[in-house]
Design a protein around this ligand. Structure first.
Ligand SMILES: Cc1cc2nc3c(=O)[nH]c(=O)nc-3n(C[C@H](O)[C@H](O)[C@H](O)COP(=O)(O)O)c2cc1C
Length: 403
């Protein structure tokens, strides 16, 4: 399916339908197609392009290209083979919580076509670790696949129980996943505190370190563990999280989750107010993500790899490969997208990868590897001194809404 066909015919048809219905049907169809080896091979042929020069190595894993599918599209692990067939270099399944959780009642999705955005308040619905693990345990992942974990969104699970809940999911998926992403912006207690609160994050990472040591006692391979951040963190909280991540050998950051901000939107206010709370993704998120990628990259001297995620493919007339290139120049090593897939359709990955090859050639670079070598401090060199954070304080963090 080419980009013009998608934007002129398919997208208007899909956008005339209820977004939850479209997502459910896409997952249903994708799940059926995923069972057919012929369909997967066809998709691979039609959409996937591979270029030697786009290979990336990060946190001990090899990626065919830097473009990944962000969490939230395949929350329960139904459509892995199809998404891999679209040419993504990696993907995240989830967020998965240890216990099943229904999430919020409908409506949970609102498209903002005037802004190239989407608001969601799915409420961290998950079929739970047992079911998702059962679905994935016999799958051979062809691209690096992360399991994105979240604490069960049940607000009555708090304190020590919240940490144990997170650890149970972690123990379940650590042996299976290529990498684990901890989605920290989930409410931990009835008051809505999240694991982005450094007071809660410190014990979580401490206990996770111990659990990892137990899991590796039989000689199993160590898996990268990343943390995914909200773009709405205040600077002093971000600083403390970065310091904690460095102290606990976190392998990378995913920047960022959706925002609760509603600044500079073209969508009429009454539409936003009628829908109410939720996390905003797509084009309006991009500026915040760019700022945060730059900040974290500077604070870590690029020693901890960053996956930039926000708004790629959501600006009409803008080449999504240029957007990826901008993120890489701000300090990211890989990128992820979700909303762009809805706005640009399945050919977006191919378009980005073809565009990146052109950009490399224009810049007289033989490969992304050469580009990264030219960046100071690239990589995840644990022999470097730990990240120094300028102004760690103990003021209370800002809290982000759960979506
Ligand atoms: C419908 C929807 C569901 C999402 N669900 C999750 C989720 O379960 N876990 C998570 O970490 N991020 C989730 N996200 C956030 C995305 O992974 C991503 O961080 C965010 O949308 C920004 O990227 P984008 O602008 O390319 O969409 C979700 C996003 C959307 C649009």
């Amino acid at each position: 399916m080419n980009a013009v066909l998608y934007s002129r015919i398919i997208r208007p048809l899909l956008f005339a339908l209820d977004p939850e219905f479209v997502h459910r049907q896409t997952i249903r169809a994708g799940s059926q197609l995923s069972k057919s080896a012929v369909a997967c091979r066809w998709l691979h042929k039609a959409f996937s392009v591979q270029y030697e020069e786009l290979r990336v190595e990060a946190f001990g894993l090899r990626f065919q290209n830097p473009v990944g599918l962000a969490a939230g599209f395949d929350k329960h692990g139904y459509v892995y083979p199809i998404m891999a067939g679209l040419g993504f270099g990696h993907m995240e399944i989830g967020s998965v919580s240890y216990q099943p959780w229904l999430g919020n009642p409908s409506p949970t999705l609102l498209r903002l076509p005037l802004d190239g955005g989407l608001i969601n308040r799915l409420g961290l619905n998950s079929e739970g670790s047992e079911v998702v693990y059962g679905r994935l345990c016999n799958v051979r992942f062809e691209i690096p696949t992360g399991i994105n974990l979240v604490k069960t969104a049940d607000p009555t699970i708090s304190g020590e129980h919240a940490i144990e809940d997170y650890l149970q999911g972690f123990s379940k998926f650590y042996p299976l996943a290529d990498f684990i992403t901890l989605n920290l912006s989930c409410p931990n207690t009835i008051e809505g505190r999240t694991f982005e609160d450094p007071e809660l994050l410190a014990p979580l990472l401490e206990r996770m370190g111990k659990r990892t040591a137990e899991l590796l006692a039989d000689g199993s391979r160590r898996k990268p563990v990343l943390i995914k951040l909200s773009p709405d963190l205040e600077d002093h909280v971000l600083d403390r999280i970065v310091a904690l991540a460095a102290q606990h050998n976190i392998d990378g950051f995913v920047i960022a989750n959706t925002t609760v901000r509603r600044e500079n939107l073209k969508t009429p206010k009454y539409v936003l107010e009628r829908f109410g709370f939720g996390g905003l993704s797509g084009r309006p998120l991009k500026t915040y993500v760019e700022e945060m990628v730059e900040k974290v990259s500077a604070r870590t001297a690029r020693r901890i790899p960053i996956i930039a995620c926000g708004g790629i493919g959501c600006t009409p007339g803008k080449d999504p490969a240029e957007e990826v290139w901008e993120y890489l120049n701000l300090g990211a090593t890989l990128v992820q997208l979700h909303t762009g897939l809805i706005y640009r359709g399945p050919s977006i990955v191919r378009r980005i990868n073809q565009g990146l090859v052109r950009i490399l050639r224009k810049n007289k670079l033989s490969s992304l590897a050469e580009f990264f070598q030219g960046r100071a401090g690239f990589g995840n060199d644990r022999s470097s001194p730990p990240v120094e954070i300028s102004h760690c304080d103990s003021s209370p963090p800002s809290f982000t809404a759960s979506i």
